[in-house]
Every structure is written in C-alpha cells, then in structure tokens.
Design a protein around this ligand. Structure first.
Ligand SMILES: [Zn+2]
Length: 252
C-alpha cells in the first residue's frame, strides 16, 4: 500500500467530520462471509441444479419454487457465527468520534448494527430479518433458517420471507432517498469493499460532488479512476489502522 496516500487519507479524516462510508461485500469477507462476485464467492459456487445463483435469488424463483429457494438460503446465506471484523469496528469508532455520519451498505448480513453502528442504510435489506408476506408479523432469523421447508406465519399462515431485495424487485424508495441524501451531503466519501459494478448501487456515486472520494479495495478496480485517493489492501486492516492513527493523534 502507498503510505503517502495512507497519511493523506488519515489527515482528511482528521480534518473532516462529515464522512459517509459506502461499502460492499469486501467489508464482510474478513468475517467469513463470501464475496458474491469474487473467484471464491457465491456466484461461482455450484447451486446443485441447473439454475444460476441470480435466478435462485430472484422474485420469480422465490414465488415458483419457495422450498428450493429456502434450501439455497440455508446453505448459502446463513452465517450465524459471523462476527463483525475490524472494518466494522473501525467504523463504529469513527461514528463515536463524531466524524462518520452514515453507512450505506450493499451487504445484507447486518454486521454493522451488530458491531454497534447507529446510522446504517441497508441498500439491499437485511438477511437476518424476516416477516410474514400477508400480515407483516416479524420473525427472528432462526425461525426461517433453522426449520425445514417453507416457513409459515403462526398467526395467519402466510409465507415468511426475509427482508432482502431479490433480483427483479425494486429498491425501497425511502432507503434509496436516504442513501442519496447521505451521500449528497457528505464532505468525504469512503467507498470500500465493492467493485462498484452493481447497479443501481453503483449509480449512487454520482450524487457525491466533493473532491475527497476515497476508494479502499483488495484489488485495483476499473472504477479507480473515479477516486481521488486509492488504497489497495485488506479493508479491515486499512480502516483499523487509519482509526488507530486518529485515536493516537497520529504520527506523520
Ligand atoms: Zn402472517
């Protein structure tokens, strides 16, 4: 990693208190949750049938084959032992320091809230929250994951689904507006753990108008040229080190 850039970024974080973080799957890989699109990620795993993972996570598939949908969920999207890593923890510290105003995340694992972050905008929903499609009654994740077949509501018998935006389903308009507002008002935008190829999430970047766009990624990405500062490496280490430097008043 380029240490000059690291210290420039540290200085920016020190000088600003209107920072927004926009994150993707790379934020949670250190917690053992696979990156959907990396070589070892979910989209490259066998699904056990001839369907693509995108199709299995679509609204059509869920409505047509709810049993198979749930089998797929239980095998691939349930990580009851996943714990927040240093990326999540660093962002909690940054919020407590009064610097970080919001986290916009494409992840559905809910680990930012588990870590203790307050203002989290979950763009694609939350895979640990379930609700009845008929009456709206809410259920804990165990109700759906640690059962067999299609989970049904114990009040009305409706199908219980997770609070995640499936393929073909629109992003919640309120969530979209909150994300645009947070990013549009930010003085500093840190984008981490995402290759920015996922629309419409990727389109959110256009709402950031300032000149302190910091990109943190494991590998160089095609969208690096959009960033003002690029840090390549393990995001859980980079964010942690940055926040440690801030806490200590920093050298350099
Ligand atoms: Zn119900």
């Amino acid at each position: 990693m380029n240490m000059d850039t690291f210290y420039q970024v540290k200085q920016i974080l020190q000088d600003n208190d209107n920072i927004v973080f926009f994150g993707g799957a790379g934020v949670s890989t250190a917690s053992g949750i696979p990156d959907f699109r990396s070589a070892t990620g979910l989209y490259n795993r066998q699904t056990g049938n001839n369907y693509s993972p995108e199709y299995m996570l679509s609204h059509t598939f869920f409505m047509k084959h709810p049993e198979e949908f749930y089998r797929y969920l239980r095998n691939n999207l349930y990580y009851p032992d996943a714990k927040p890593n240093n990326a999540h923890k660093a962002l909690v510290k940054l919020e407590k320091m009064g610097k970080l105003k919001a986290i916009v995340t494409q992840n559905i694992d809910g680990l930012h809230q588990v870590a203790g972050s307050g203002n989290v905008i979950e763009f694609h929903g939350n895979s640990t929250k379930f609700y009845c499609m008929e009456c709206g009654k809410e259920y804990p994740s165990e109700y759906a994951y640690e059962t067999l077949g299609v989970p049904k509501c114990n009040e009305c018998g409706g199908i219980v689904r997770f609070d995640v935006v499936l393929y073909e389903e629109p992003i919640d308009q309120k969530v979209y507006s909150r994300a645009i507002e947070a990013i549009g008002k930010a003085d500093v935008l840190i984008v981490g753990g995402t290759s920015l190829v996922v629309y419409p999430a990727a389109g959110l970047l256009q709402y950031y108008k300032k000149d302190k766009l910091i990109l943190i990624n494991q590998e160089a990405t095609m969208t690096d040229n959009q960033g003002d500062y690029i840090l390549i490496g393990d995001i859980s280490k980079i964010l942690w080190d940055l926040v440690q430097e801030l806490c200590q008043g920093g050298v350099g």
